[in-house]
Write a protein that binds this ligand. Structure first.
Ligand code: SF4
Length: 332
């Protein structure tokens, strides 16, 4: 077995050392079942997860629960929903106890006097035309005003096949608002007409994403290896899917043999008791799942497999760094 220090030169070894100290233990929390939008293709509603459990409304129960999560070893709380900003008291309960990331549609601005350095990821589903089809309105127009120049915010740009050839316009707009952007691909859970990926389109979007990273390195938080993985669904010759997915809720994971997985990972429903299968949806077909975070984690938990060459290990480091930047464990 090759060693890390034998594979890397001094500069890459320093980068490796910085991330190897992090020991990230994340879990995901549905803060609420409600949302002030209803996007087509949002897995939460399309899979009926909004009905899986009734919301806990007692803020003291939330605080007790979060304290227990901390004792369980969680050091990164990823808040999703529903729309977390509809329940800022719950968001605050997390923020005061744990490093917290809040996913939002950006319509309600997180007040920075209450949450000065909480990392916020704003969902973006394309240009205004696509956003109107999938989300009912041009949400970017609102969110970009709310968060302009905010150093702790980035756009989570879910790219659809209709965005091929159009991403640069959007990335320029994001650059102009002084924010960063991370790209992932739409898993068309609701089979909206014209939004499913074809093989050729995946190849095209891969080279377009590479191009965007080259042209806008200060705005785009990404890596070319990640682009290759999410567009091919392959890592070192292995296909992504149920048998490999690392983002499965640990107590529900009955796979045998168990693949490499995120340690202590649970996705909790908003009753603070019910667990969901994985970081995305109950009903999503794993063979068509394009979830960016699940693919990133897939790379991250497979360090040993990337120790076949210097290049492969550097790819692994870049994906780990990207994840660490997105959740504020290391600076942009
Ligand atoms: S739907 Fe995606 S994230 Fe969930 S278990 Fe399947 S592959 Fe993993």
């Amino acid at each position: 077995m090759k060693t890390v220090s034998a594979l890397l030169d001094k500069q890459w070894y320093e980068r490796y050392k910085r991330i190897s100290k992090l020991n990230i233990r994340s879990s995901i929390y549905d803060v609420t079942n409600r949302c002030n939008l209803r996007c087509k293709g949002c897995f939460f509603f399309s899979s009926g997860e909004d009905m899986a459990a009734s919301e806990e409304n007692d803020i003291h129960k939330w605080k007790e629960f979060i304290d227990k999560e901390k004792e369980r070893g969680v050091n990164l709380a990823i808040l999703i929903g529903g729309e977390p900003t509809l329940c800022l008291d719950r968001v605050e309960a997390f923020y005061k106890r744990l490093p917290t990331f809040c996913a939002t549609n950006g319509i309600i601005k997180v007040p920075r006097d209450r949450f000065p350095d909480m990392m916020v990821g704003i969902s973006l589903w394309g240009d205004s035309e696509d956003e109107k089809i999938l989300r009912g309105k041009d949400v970017f127009a609102i969110s970009s005003k709310n968060y302009e120049g905010d150093p702790h915010t980035y756009y989570l740009y879910t790219i659809t096949p209709k965005q091929i050839g159009k991403t640069e316009k959007i990335i320029k707009k994001i650059q102009d608002t002084g924010l960063k952007v991370h790209m992932q691909l739409l898993s068309n859970d609701e089979g909206v007409d014209g939004f499913s990926w074809k093989t050729e389109e995946l190849k095209d979007i891969c080279s377009e994403m590479d191009d965007m990273l080259d042209k806008y390195p200060d705005t785009v938080i990404s890596s070319k290896y990640y682009h290759k993985i999410i567009t091919t669904g392959q890592m070192l010759g292995r296909p992504f899917g149920w048998n490999e997915c690392p983002s499965v809720t640990e107590p529900l994971d009955k796979r045998n043999p168990k693949p490499k997985h995120l340690i202590h990972f649970i996705r909790w429903a908003s009753d603070l008791k019910t667990m969901h299968r994985c970081c995305t949806s109950e009903t999503r077909d794993c063979s068509t799942c394009k979830d960016g975070a699940a693919h990133m984690s897939w790379v991250m938990v497979n360090k040993r497999a990337h120790m076949e060459s210097a290049e492969s290990l550097q790819n692994w480091i870049e994906v780990y760094e990207m994840f660490a930047k997105l959740y504020q464990f290391i600076p942009w």
